[in-house]
Design a binder for this molecule. Structure first.
Ligand SMILES: Cc1cc2nc3c(=O)[nH]c(=O)nc-3n(C[C@H](O)[C@H](O)[C@H](O)COP(=O)(O)O)c2cc1C
Ligand code: SF4
Ligand code: SF4
Ligand code: SF4
Ligand code: FES
Length: 596
């Protein structure tokens, strides 16, 4: 008889697959067979753990030993040493970035310790392609409870009590939205899951769909029951092939088990789910553009009202929620709205998943309770700034969001505080920037993004973002002039007030927030033709400071003989000759060469 004594959880999320987890898995199958352990060791493919830069990740249970950067050639040692002799392979353990302390157990890693993984609870711990794993973790209990013990009104009330707000960016109260769709008159209603995730660097929704697709299906089915919809559509970008594959598997399994289909749990409730693949335009994440795209039209936003709850897909009442919003629903039904409302702040309940990226030691997905401070996210979960550099800013909320400076690090992360500070929660992108970042260049990057993603339907966004981009480009190229700041502010105000959809209305946010907190950098670029961070190539040069001891090392490495000076006296750089390669700066033992 089979007696499983250890489980090897192998991450098969997109990140780990790209760093070779499939080869690692094949090696485990081989080595476990070679040792005759097939009946004792179970190898399980899981979704993403949110720590993809450590991939491929392998966790061995029951101990919960976390191995990172595992290669095919490491597997024989894990099997021989750990699985056969019970000795942990220390060289493959995770090390904390600053203390370099080796950590054995998954739960002891700082990156995970401070997190509150509710939406991501199953990601990395169950096999996303095995419905029994989801059921064993409490899956489909919420749907059963809703259909057999609750009326649709009670379901909506529970979601209202929970205080859940939409995780797709706007933060609209979910229960209220469901109530509008329920009350709307219509013979046919739709539930749509917005999985068009397009913010640069964001991969929260992809990770949930790849790691725990049934949770999203269950949330959609509960919503369908609550509002009286018999059809659900998942609008997912075609660039997420693994998420699509796992969703297809999940839908087929849920149909087979009767969680989707006709007379679910013996009730009168029927619900089917389809997938619609999006072609990747950022604007198609906007709900009215998304509806147009599903209907086969060009993905362009339209003005609201009417809101989709009243007139949505094919003119029928439609409820649209984000992936993470739906993924929150099952636990609210099972544990109750009040339980959920006990987590977070007064007006922002529950948790939020962030994609931590940029100049930070631990990059990855972090699910945290609302109200946590930015400092806790960046320093305790993120492990601080890369290479011991100084923190400069954090960009939160993607292209619609804003950049917050060091003085805002103790700001509680919730919908309202972020808006007051000039940023927004957005869908959860969090980019950390260090002292080497130019904030004007950052603003230019985001305006360039929104400008190229603008659908062109309305003038303020189409033309306004183009003008903003021109001005920012001029500033970073040393052609900034008096009046540019005022012009940017005026343009930003007008675009925000008059653009048709959220893309245009929020496009000026990165510019406004960088001007609010980093005006000195704009002024240095415009008035002194200087980029303080040394990023803007037209404005940056290298210079030798009074710390120079005249050792001559820089002179030796300069490829264009731009450096001159006598031994033991201060050297200088001929700016006409210098090609800005930076070689001298790296060579100077006295840190006497400055960039900027
Ligand atoms: C330009 C633009 C892009 C958007 N992209 C997304 C997206 O990728 N995913 C998403 O859930 N919401 C996105 N939204 C927000 C949606 O329009 C909508 O508000 C959201 O899907 C509602 O779900 P929620 O209430 O659960 O947040 C976008 C909005 C705009 C203006
Ligand atoms: S604001 Fe921009 S993206 Fe939105 S409708 Fe207008 S042009 Fe299109
Ligand atoms: S940056 Fe390069 S080219 Fe310029 S002075 Fe230094 S070594 Fe020479
Ligand atoms: S390497 Fe540094 S100290 Fe030596 S000459 Fe160059 S700038 Fe001066
Ligand atoms: S894909 Fe493996 S940790 Fe993200």
């Amino acid at each position: 008889m089979e007696h499983i004594r250890a489980h090897v959880l192998l991450c098969a999320g997109t990140g780990c697959i790209s760093s070779g987890s499939k080869k690692v898995e094949a090696a485990f199958q081989r080595e476990v067979a070679r040792k005759g352990l097939i009946d004792e060791i179970k190898i399980v493919e899981t979704g993403c753990h949110g720590f993809c830069e450590m991939g491929p990740i392998v966790i061995v249970y029951p101990e919960g030993v976390f191995y990172c950067h595992v290669k095919e050639e490491d597997v024989a040692e894990i099997v021989d040493s750990h699985l056969y002799k019970g000795r942990i392979v220390e060289r493959l353990l995770y090390r904390e970035p600053i203390s370099h302390e080796k950590i054995i157990n998954y739960n002891e890693i700082n990156f995970y310790k401070k997190q509150k993984r509710m939406v991501l609870a199953n990601c990395g711990h169950i096999s996303p392609e095995v419905i029994e794993d989801y059921i064993a973790a409490g899956g489909y209990e919420a749907l059963g409870q809703a259909l057999t013990k609750m009326t649709p009104e009670q379901v909506i009330d529970e979601v209202k009590v929970s205080g859940l707000r939409g995780r797709g960016g706007g933060g609209f109260p979910t229960g209220m939205k469901w109530e509008f769709a329920k009350k709307a008159a219509g013979d046919q209603k739709y539930v749509i899951c917005n999985a068009d995730e397009g913010d640069p660097g964001a991969f929260m929704d992809r990770s949930v769909l790849e790691g725990d697709p049934h949770r999203v299906l269950e949330g959609m089915a509960v919503c369908g029951y609550a509002i009286g919809a018999s059809e659900g559509i998942i609008y997912v970008r075609a660039e997420y092939p693994l998420a699509i594959k796992r969703l297809k598997v999940a839908i087929a399994q849920a149909e087979e088990m009767g969680f989707i289909g006709k007379h679910i749990f013996g009730s009168d409730f029927d619900f089917k789910v389809k997938i619609k693949e999006g072609a990747g335009a950022f604007v198609c994440g906007e709900e009215t553009a998304l509806l147009a795209s599903i209907e086969g039209q060009r993905g362009m936003p339209r003005s609201r009202p009417p809101f989709p709850a009243i007139s949505g897909l094919w003119g029928k009442p439609t409820n649209i929620n984000n992936v993470e919003t739906f993924a929150n629903v099952p636990q609210i039904i099972v544990n109750g709205g009040e339980w959920y409302a006990s987590i977070g702040t007064e007006k922002s309940k529950g948790t939020k998943v962030f994609a931590l990226t940029g100049k930070i030691n631990n990059t990855g997905l972090a699910e945290v309770p609302m109200g946590i401070t930015m400092r806790e996210i960046i320093y305790e979960i993120g492990g601080g700034i890369l290479n011991g550099k100084k923190f400069k800013a954090v960009q939160i909320g993607g292209p619609s969001g804003g950049c917050l400076p060091e003085s805002m690090l103790d700001l509680p992360v919730d919908y309202d505080s972020l808006i007051q500070a000039g940023a927004m929660m957005g869908s959860g992108g969090l980019v950390v920037m260090d002292e080497d970042t130019c904030m004007v260049d950052v603003a230019k990057f985001f305006v360039n993004f929104t400008q190229s993603e603008s659908c062109g339907k309305c003038t303020p966004c189409r033309e306004g973002t183009k003008r903003m981009l021109e001005i920012l480009t001029n500033i970073t190229e040393g052609k900034g002039k008096k009046g540019d700041i005022e012009l940017l502010q005026q343009l930003a105000k007008n675009i925000k007030a008059t653009a048709l959809c959220g893309l245009g209305q929020t496009a000026p946010n990165p510019v406004l927030s960088t001007m609010r907190y980093f005006m000195d950098e704009y002024e240095a670029h415009i008035n002194e033709k200087r980029c303080p961070a040394g990023v803007c190539s037209h404005l940056s040069g290298y210079s030798i400071t009074e710390n120079c001891k005249g050792c001559g090392l820089c002179k030796q490495v300069c490829p264009v003989t731009a450096i001159s000076g006598e031994v033991k006296s201060r050297h200088s750089i001929d700016q006409e000759k210098c090609i800005k390669c930076g070689a001298c700066m790296g060579k100077c033992p006295f840190k006497a060469i400055r960039k900027g």
